[in-house]
Design a protein around this ligand. Structure first.
Ligand SMILES: Cc1cc2nc3c(=O)[nH]c(=O)nc-3n(C[C@H](O)[C@H](O)[C@H](O)COP(=O)(O)OP(=O)(O)OC[C@H]3O[C@@H](n4cnc5c(N)ncnc54)[C@H](O)[C@@H]3O)c2cc1C
Length: 633
């Protein structure tokens, strides 16, 4: 349906920050300056970015791009061989118990080409699409999470991904064939004081006198694959640049040879799960790195790291789908086989509810990831930051919910190790191992809290560009008044449209049931957009501090994206000849569950105890409620 009224164009993007940093302390200001400078910028808003503005752009998702027939045939063969290899040669339980992936497994994976699934064929890789890479991640993670982590870290954030995005032709020719052929790579960003906030990085790279190289000094924490890697991507501080008369921190990324003198593994970290992740503390002492090994340019390191994480962020949700499918399989088999109180436990309503939740959310996860992957396959430059962040946030949290549900369905057996089950002669469903391995998924490569903040930063970006300067006390009055006038004109058109009862419109040719679902998402997106606007008016620049409130918007947006994706994905399945009754049953059930959550979140925006809760937490931190801790050892 064409737009009802035309909004005036939003004012052009600003080069100076539109965010008011005047009330921030030095640490907050530095962190924000560094991450703001590293943000990707795209002219064309994505489906989800439009959704937050109450604009309905289904053409950005629909129809799903078809996978090229030649690729499909090659991919099916590769995935079948990979599945056989996993079944025959990879013992996930043994890898977990020993903390080692046997050399013959690594060699076998290399022979299959599994180290360079997306690396173009001209550089020695298999040259597959994002869709095929996602299918491979799903397959591997459903069987052995350690093997998945090893391959995914290597190619989603290790050397291949940043080089494919930012590498020079020379770098690609030099390093990609090595890593695609099985030389292990790792990504070293985190430090003891640098977790979610990279601005405080202490690892330093100082140029040599002749400018030909840099000398690297520092220590990186939790570098996965790091204890076995041949090549590392390392982020370090390079000399600061002067911006507006003040020194501005510069972060640069380098490809570093792990065998270079001065590179040392000083500790192998051990975790609750992922016991064969080869994760360690890597120390760099006077390591000489050629200038030619800078990736993406000096001072652009955080942009390289964040863009790499954005692009690589789709592998973890792919793994979450594999894990959720495994949970569904276990829930189905055990829910039907285990008889208690005279019937299979799956017939007790409380257990059936869990099976239903696992099934519907697994379907929705796959819909979200497939839809997003196809956008990438259609246009590698497309802006998928919001969609990818939502896939990561939503799928990792929902996969954890699925694991929690299947643990409950398995009862005491869910808590028992595979070895103990085997010793008693029972089938070793790996629920205990899956839980240990997957808890970290909501923590690393962007924790859930950081994903919600990231989503809302991007969701609010159009508003910040329109009205941010008017509210920014660091700008001149002239700039602020001009911005306020522009904003007034924009919102005079935009705001009334968010109340219109129409303005959806599903793409032509969609099944009527799915078209209805799409219309519903369009209407809810306008409700989300106007509610967000009301909160902007209410809280002004302080909205940024209301993380719990913003989190509800991130969750509503994620559920709306999931709802739209299930309709688009279901339409494709129908076109491929899948039976309508079965597909629509899942679509409807997911819709019912998601709409309850969306409604709860809307209610929570209007009525909540967030401030009270925040005040209590600060009192707890100040030790005022230590009395609650009485009675423990
Ligand atoms: C098994 C494992 C493998 C890893 N592999 C790698 C790797 O290969 N390479 C690498 O560089 N790193 C790696 N990491 C590090 C990982 O990416 C970090 O753990 C992650 O970035 C979070 O940092 P942190 O643990 O220091 O948490 P912190 O940043 O200290 O955060 C602690 C908590 O506070 C929350 N928080 C922080 N800031 C905010 C904020 N502004 N607002 C709201 N909440 C906030 C976080 O969400 C989290 O819940 C790995 C970690 C693990 C556990």
């Amino acid at each position: 349906m064409p737009p009802v009224t035309q909004e005036p164009p939003a004012p052009a993007a600003e080069t100076k920050s539109v965010i008011d940093m005047s009330k921030m302390n030095e640490g907050q200001r530095a962190a924000l300056q560094v991450t703001e400078a590293a943000r990707e910028s795209h002219d064309d808003l994505s489906f989800v970015a439009h959704l937050f503005m109450g604009r309905w752009r289904p053409g950005k998702l629909y129809p799903l791009t078809e996978v090229d027939a030649d690729e499909k045939a090659r991919a099916d063969k590769f995935l079948a061989e990979l599945a056989d290899f996993l079944r025959e040669k990879v013992d996930g339980d043994r890898i977990d118990r020993t903390g080692e992936i046997p050399d013959e497994v690594l060699a076998g994976l290399a022979k299959l080409g599994a180290y360079g699934i997306k690396v173009p064929r001209e550089y020695g890789g298999l040259g597959f699409s994002q869709t095929t890479y996602g299918r491979a991640c799903q397959l591997i993670a459903s069987h052995c999470t350690n093997t998945f982590a090893h391959l995914s870290i290597h190619q989603s954030v290790g050397v291949p991904q940043p080089l494919m995005l930012f590498g020079t032709e020379e770098q690609k020719r030099k390093f990609l064939p090595r890593v695609a052929g099985g030389e292990i790579s790792a990504f070293a960003l985190t430090e003891v004081g640098v977790g979610s906030d990279p601005a405080r990085m202490t690892t330093q790279a100082v140029p040599t006198g002749d400018g030909e190289a840099f000398i690297l000094n520092g220590e990186k924490l939790w570098c996965s694959n790091g204890t076995r890697a041949g090549l590392l991507i390392v982020a370090a501080q390079t000399p600061p640049k002067m911006v507006d008369g003040k020194p501005r921190a510069q972060i640069t990324t380098f490809v570093v040879e792990a065998k270079a003198p001065g590179v040392e593994v000083v500790h192998r970290s051990q975790f609750m799960g992922h016991r064969a992740i080869y994760n360690g503390v890597i120390r760099f002492t006077g390591v000489r790195v050629p200038r030619a090994n800078i990736v993406g340019g000096e001072g652009r390191g955080l942009k390289v790291a964040l863009t790499t994480l954005n692009a690589g962020r789709l592998s973890i949700p792919a793994a979450s789908i594999g894990v959720a499918k495994r949970a569904l399989q276990i829930a189905r088999e055990w829910g039907g086989a285990r008889i208690q109180w005279g019937v299979p436990i799956g017939q007790h309503a409380a257990v059936a509810e869990k099976i239903r939740r696992i099934a519907a959310h697994t379907f929705a996860m796959e819909a979200m990831l497939t839809t997003t992957s196809r956008i990438v396959d259609r246009d590698k430059q497309a802006d998928i930051r919001l969609e990818a962040a939502m896939c990561k946030l939503w799928a990792t949290e929902k996969a954890w919910m699925c694991l929690d549900e299947v643990m409950q369905i398995r009862g005491g057996r869910g808590y028992e190790t595979e070895q103990s089950l085997i010793a008693r002669g029972e089938k070793p469903y790996p629920v205990e191992r899956l839980m240990r391995d997957n808890r970290v998924s909501t923590l690393f490569e962007g924790s859930s809290e950081i994903m919600r903040l990231f989503i809302m930063r991007e969701a609010l970006d159009p508003h910040l560009k329109i009205a941010g300067i008017a509210l920014n006390s660091e700008r001149t009055w002239g700039e602020r008044i001009k911005s306020a006038l522009n904003a007034a004109v924009f919102y005079a058109f935009w705001y009334p449209r968010q109340w219109l009862p129409f303005g959806g419109g599903s793409p032509a040719g969609m099944h009527p049931h799915l078209a209805g679902g799409m219309d519903e998402v369009a209407a809810l997106s306008r409700r989300m957009a106007r509610t967000l606007f009301h909160q902007m008016l209410r809280h002004g620049v302080k909205l940024e501090k209301r993380q719990v409130l913003l989190g509800r918007f991130a969750d509503i947006g994620s559920d709306l994206f999931a709802l739209a994706a299930t309709c688009v994905y279901a339409q494709k399945l129908l076109q491929d000849g899948e039976p309508a009754a079965k597909i629509l049953m899942l679509v409807d059930d997911f819709r019912a569950q998601a709409l309850v959550r969306v409604e709860q979140n809307f209610r929570g925006i209007g009525r909540n105890a967030d401030q009270h809760g925040y005040d209590l937490a600060q009192q707890v931190l100040a030790g005022e409620h230590q009395w609650v801790e009485r009675g423990i050892v």
